[in-house]
Write a protein of this length. Structure first.
Length: 123
């Protein structure tokens, strides 16, 4: 930048760009969650999964894995929704520890990030 002024927030155009990225990520996350929930429903309704013996252990492990993945997706959706709120409030991309802007590259990779790399590494 030609100016020595330190940037304290992303511009409205940049926020729009991030908002679109978050919409795409949300759409994919909702699709993935639906897939996991459909798989769980299918396993619970499938007569084959009710077989006794070793199959019980296998189907319960698979069901547990699907529940874990569904829970992760729900958590991701919550994080993405929260990021959209930060955009709406024009505080998106500001590190919650240092108060400095999070690198655009980091936000493109992890759009729901609330910590800069430095703050995360200090942990």
């Amino acid at each position: 930048m030609a100016s020595d002024k330190v940037k304290t927030r992303y511009s409205d155009n940049e926020l729009k760009e991030f908002d679109q990225l978050l919409d795409e990520k949300l759409s994919m996350a909702h699709e993935q969650l639906s897939f996991y929930l459909d798989q769980i429903k299918e396993l619970s309704e499938n007569d084959d999964s009710k077989l006794k013996g070793l199959d019980d252990g296998i189907s319960s492990v698979e069901t547990e894995r699907l529940y874990t993945m569904a829970a992760r997706q729900k958590k991701l959706i919550q994080h993405l929704d929260n990021a959209k709120l930060r955009i709406k409030n024009k505080v998106y991309g500001v590190c919650r520890v240092s108060g400095k802007l999070i690198a655009k590259e980091r936000l493109m990779a992890v759009p729901h990030a609330t910590l800069s790399i430095e703050a995360k590494q200090r942990g």
